[in-house]
Design a protein around this ligand. Structure first.
Ligand code: ATP
Length: 431
């Protein structure tokens, strides 16, 4: 439908980006790669500037009228339209982006095939890697033709993530994280020269510059956050972090950040805990892993403090606060736990502590203190006292300060096993 609408208007329409890559990968190894397209990128090319601005929106509107149930979003001064179907009977969940080919450097007259080739070529040249810079033409003539200006098909075959030009990572440092993501996800290699460009970009301080430009570049930090999110919520996050570390790219988050054995241990513990305990499931998995990464950084000053880095990444305020107060919380809880011998004393120290903050602190503790926190979280925090307020009332006690104290004593006695699990023993204690 979109191709037909484009054709009627004299425009060209291309399927681009990840969808082309994934379809070609699927054709290469159909047994291994199941291609489910949930995210489709189209580029419309209207030959000259005046026709193209808004062309994507126009096509998206045609599609929306034809296939009801989609939400239409327009961004970037009408250059990109996104159609979203959610739980649709036909499309299930589908995200369709229609962008307008950027032709600003080629404002040539209409209907010139050279120019047409130039503008889609230029659009593809702006992309990150050769494997993402492929396009399939959806309109006639030459409908179905694969456009491969930069050797993307060969790179797919040899399993390479390769940039299109030397400055790519300087231009957009989030591509370093994307390179790692695609390499690890597909079991590809980062092509040697591309790796040199990455190392050069990092050595040249690309992230320091982007950070100092912040807040003028909040968009860059937001994109970096979404790349980190992609990586950390994927099953391959351990390999991705190792690869980022190998490339020195973790220093982009903080100059001191290295994937040490200690950090690795903490990440594994957090990951296992988050997966194992149901009552931790409300915590955002990827964000907790990121907090573990950042918490490992020594408390620096100013823009290099953990909290400042979290703030630059536009993480939620609760994360920023948690990282800012981590040192203080660590000292307070460690001090309390060292003195706490009985379960009831541990509960007294930890009660009311926010789960995420407690987990971060616990990861840094020695084995015996950490075990106390674990037992508190998995067991002691859920222990119900053998007698409650109602029971005490029935025994003839009236609410008041003494009543509260009795409840606290029963709770402590239950936790410490003083009543041997018996209600009668608890009643005898009260009476
Ligand atoms: P995925 O399957 O992970 O969604 P994708 O290739 O579709 O992979 P997106 O992040 O959705 O990834 O990006 C869509 C396309 O936009 C990419 O294929 C790439 O061509 C282009 N792109 C995205 N981010 C960048 C970037 N930082 N620099 C250059 N091109 C980019």
């Amino acid at each position: 439908t979109a191709a037909q609408a484009a054709q009627e208007r004299g425009w060209q329409l291309y399927l681009v980006g990840g969808a082309v890559r994934d379809v070609l990968r699927g054709m290469q190894s159909p047994q291994e790669t199941e291609v489910v397209l949930t995210d489709i990128d189209l580029v419309v090319d209207g030959f000259h500037q005046s026709a193209t601005v808004g062309a994507g929106v126009e096509l998206a509107t045609v599609l929306q009228e034809r296939f009801a149930g989609a939400r239409l979003d327009v961004h970037g001064a009408f250059q990109t339209a996104a159609l979203l179907w959610h739980n649709d009977p036909v499309f299930d969940s589908l995200w369709l982006d229609i962008a307008t080919a950027r032709t600003e450097f080629y404002p040539y007259p209409a209907a010139n095939p050279e120019v047409e080739a130039s503008s889609i070529r230029q659009d593809l040249y702006r992309r990150d890697f050769t494997i993402n810079a492929l396009a399939i033409r959806l309109t006639t003539p030459r409908q179905g033709k694969l456009l491969d200006f930069f050797g993307g098909v060969l790179d797919l075959q040899r399993g390479w993530v390769r940039v299109l030009h030397a400055n790519s990572f300087i231009e957009d440092p989030t591509r370093i994280f994307r390179a790692v993501r695609f390499a690890v996800r597909f079991g590809f290699e980062i092509e040697p020269e591309t790796e040199r460009f990455i190392r050069h970009a990092i050595a040249s301080g690309v992230y320091e510059r982007s950070r100092s430009l912040n807040p003028r570049t909040p968009a860059l930090q937001a994109r970096l956050k979404s790349e980190l999110k992609y990586l950390l919520q994927a099953s391959y996050w351990p390999r991705a972090l190792r690869e980022l570390d190998r490339l020195g790219a973790l220093q982009c988050l903080h100059p001191q950040l290295r994937l040490t054995r200690e950090l690795w241990r903490r990440l594994q513990l957090m990951d296992r805990g988050l997966r194992r305990f149901e009552n931790w499931h409300h915590l955002s998995h990827w964000r907790m892993l990121l907090e573990v990464l950042l918490s490992q950084v020594e408390m620096g000053d100013g823009e290099f403090s953990r909290a400042a880095v979290a703030q630059q990444l536009q993480l939620p305020e609760e994360t920023v606060q948690r990282l800012a107060t981590l040192g203080e919380r660590c000292e307070r809880l460690q001090g309390g736990l060292k003195l706490a011998r009985r379960p009831s004393e541990v509960v007294q120290v930890l009660e009311g502590e926010e789960l995420a903050g407690l987990l971060l602190v616990a990861l840094g503790m020695g084995r015996s203190l950490r075990r106390k926190v674990w037992q508190y979280l998995t067991e002691w925090a859920h222990v119900k006292p053998l007698l409650n307020g109602e029971d005490l009332k029935q025994l003839g006690y009236k609410p008041g300060p003494q009543f509260k104290e009795m409840l606290a004593d029963i709770q402590a006695g239950t936790l410490d096993g003083d009543f041997g699990g018996s209600r009668e023993a608890a009643i005898a204690f009260v009476c």
